[in-house]
Design a binder for this molecule. Structure first.
Ligand code: ADP
Length: 261
């Protein structure tokens, strides 16, 4: 399970990186291919420079094919969001999470039945749970409690100022709370950076929270981190509630109008 998790984290990060690079390269290659085509059209058939330009065009074509292959590969990892019952997702992986955290960590779930569905990729939500549970486990070498909670929240203006980028609206929060070592401020400031890890080589990839961050961002959500050394960590993930054109679950959309003053 542990090895699978690390592998999934690496694949996710590689996919994200490769997709970005392939996309940018594709744009650059359009210029190279386009200009070599244009040059060829303006070059006489017996022009001695022609073979060199043909080589450029040929190389450009091969590179374009390669980036298309890479894009096709990374597309497999693109999100497939659907209406997801977060509680069901958590319940489904409960026993795997228990196995992951080990016997010394007590896993408690608080999943109110009333929680709204979210619009997200279920597989990616599972990955978030595994990444966060693995971190919690590592933060509690002598055991402790890992609490996973869900709830409907309304992020009003007070919150909006604190969590950058969140508009006042209705969200579902996924809270992952541990009673572990916690993190000091300098660690907290870096945790979402790819490859940042305080764990020994071979144990940490530094990709766990970066992956979580990427997934949450792509899902239109936000992350809040609260941690203090010695007393544990709470990671709150806010995911947008399902919103069809008619609003959540067929109800008229209840959009919060920004309150002033
Ligand atoms: P990794 O777990 O591979 O180190 P992450 O991106 O998941 O990579 O985490 C980065 C770092 O953040 C960890 O090395 C650890 O120092 C810190 N961290 C993450 N989650 C927790 C937690 N629940 N409690 C204490 N520290 C944590």
């Amino acid at each position: 399970l542990e090895t699978q998790l690390r592998h999934a984290q690496k694949m996710e990060a590689i996919g994200r990186l490769t997709g970005g690079i392939a996309h940018d390269f594709n744009n650059i290659l359009t210029v190279i291919s386009g200009n070599s085509e244009a040059l060829l059209r303006r070059t006489a058939a017996d022009d001695p420079r022609r073979p060199e330009i043909e080589d450029i065009r040929h190389a450009g074509e091969r590179a374009t094919n390669l980036t298309h292959q890479l894009l096709a590969f990374t597309r497999q990892q693109v999100l497939h969001p659907t209406q997801v019952d977060l509680n069901k997702t958590i319940t489904k992986v409960r026993s795997m999470l228990s196995t992951l955290v080990g016997e010394d960590v007590e896993l408690t779930l608080t999943l109110p039945e009333t929680v709204s569905p979210v619009w997200a990729d279920a597989g990616q939500l599972e990955q978030i749970l595994f990444n966060l549970a693995a971190n919690a486990r590592d933060a509690m070498p002598d055991g402790g409690v890992l609490a996973i909670e869900t709830d409907d929240v309304y992020l009003g203006e007070d919150h909006v100022g604190r969590i950058v980028g969140v508009r006042p609206d209705d969200y579902v929060v996924l809270r992952v709370v541990d009673t572990g070592t916690g993190m000091d401020e300098s660690v907290q400031a870096q945790v979402f950076e790819p490859y940042f890890t305080t764990k020994p080589v071979g144990k940490g990839t530094g990709l766990g929270l970066a992956t979580v961050f990427g997934i949450v961002q792509q899902s239109g959500g936000q992350i809040d981190l609260a941690s203090s050394p010695g007393s544990g960590t709470t990671i709150s993930i806010y995911l947008p509630r399902t919103r069809t054109s008619d609003g959540p679950s067929g109800q008229p959309a209840r959009r919060a109008s920004p309150r002033r003053g």
